[in-house]
Design a protein around this ligand. Structure first.
Ligand code: NAD
Length: 260
């Protein structure tokens, strides 16, 4: 079954991106998955989403740190679906280390995947959206687009950059039916966060339990992780018709973290 709207969700083989792709498929959208992982597991996810929801689900293994691959991914989706209506820039990585020990190569990689990839997906997808007078660009930023934490220099810089890019795209798309918004989760328990618990413990010289209690959830007044379903439901709303006047918004979904 081909549906009215089609979407690309970068980094959708895991965590938040997978929940977003699932929510979009559940709501009848064709979806292109993207991300790293074991081919057989990705194929199982692709087939499950397509079968359960009766939509077309494709996969691109494009590396978001390669501008050329990003262009190929967007072209593949446009060719297969006839159009890309919804672009969710979600792929992201993290590295936690004091700035004087932060590997320069990691800085470049984080900026490429967490920031520059969004510029490249947008520059390829926007012309089609403008010509059809409809587009939804949703960036998975972070509470770290609004505030900083120590030891996350590249991530915080990239996410603040995403906020600026989002506002610029919102202005350029405004008269063409294209909205651009940034969703800013607090801590969500996904592989990205699970991996940084031991890194944070090392950088701070404390136990992993203490990282969860005194570092991660200390900042979050609700004292619980945000869920992937909560983030996906906000993205789904922003992707819909009734969100047409929300553009250029940098929207926290962080259990009150950035109220501090
Ligand atoms: P995750 O590690 O579970 O998923 C990241 C996804 O990005 C995976 O599908 C991975 O394969 C993909 N990816 C990584 N490098 C890639 C590359 N070079 N090319 C293509 N895909 C690549 O992480 P997550 O927690 O689900 O994070 C998703 C997004 O949400 C990220 O942008 C992250 O910064 C943001 N975010 C996460 C949290 C959190 O607490 N988990 C909080 C705020 C923002």
């Amino acid at each position: 079954m081909t549906t009215e709207r089609s979407a690309i969700v970068t980094g959708s083989t895991s965590g938040i991106g997978l929940a977003i792709a699932t929510a979009l498929a559940q709501s009848g959208h064709d979806v292109m998955l993207n991300g790293l992982g074991k081919p057989e597991e990705i194929e199982a996810t692709r087939a499950r989403l397509a079968d359960q929801h009766g939509v077309e689900v494709l996969y691109s293994g494009a590396d978001m740190s390669s501008p050329e691959s990003v262009g190929e991914m967007v072209a593949k989706a446009e060719q297969a679906f006839g159009k890309v209506d919804i672009l969710v820039n979600n792929a992201g990585i993290q590295h936690v280390a004091p700035i004087e020990e932060f590997p320069a190569g990691k800085w470049d990689q984080i900026l490429a995947i967490n920031l520059s990839a969004s510029f490249h997906t947008i520059r390829h997808a926007l012309p089609g959206m403008k010509s059809r007078k409809f587009g939804r660009i949703i960036q998975l930023a972070s509470a770290h687009a609004l505030v900083a934490s120590p030891f996350k220099s590249a991530y915080v810089a990239a996410k603040h950059g995403i906020a600026g890019l989002t506002k610029t795209v919102a202005l350029e798309g405004a008269e063409h039916g294209v909205t651009a918004n940034a969703v800013c989760p607090g801590y969500v328990l996904t592989p990205l966060v699970e991996k940084q618990i031991p890194e944070q413990a090392k950088a701070r010289g404390i136990s992993e339990d203490a990282v969860i209690r005194d570092v991660l959830l200390a900042a979050q007044p609700t004292k619980r992780f945000v869920t992937v379903e909560e983030v996906a439901s906000l993205v789904l709303f922003l992707a819909g018709d009734t969100a047409g006047s929300i553009t250029g918004a940098i929207i926290p979904i962080d259990g009150g973290w950035t109220c501090h």
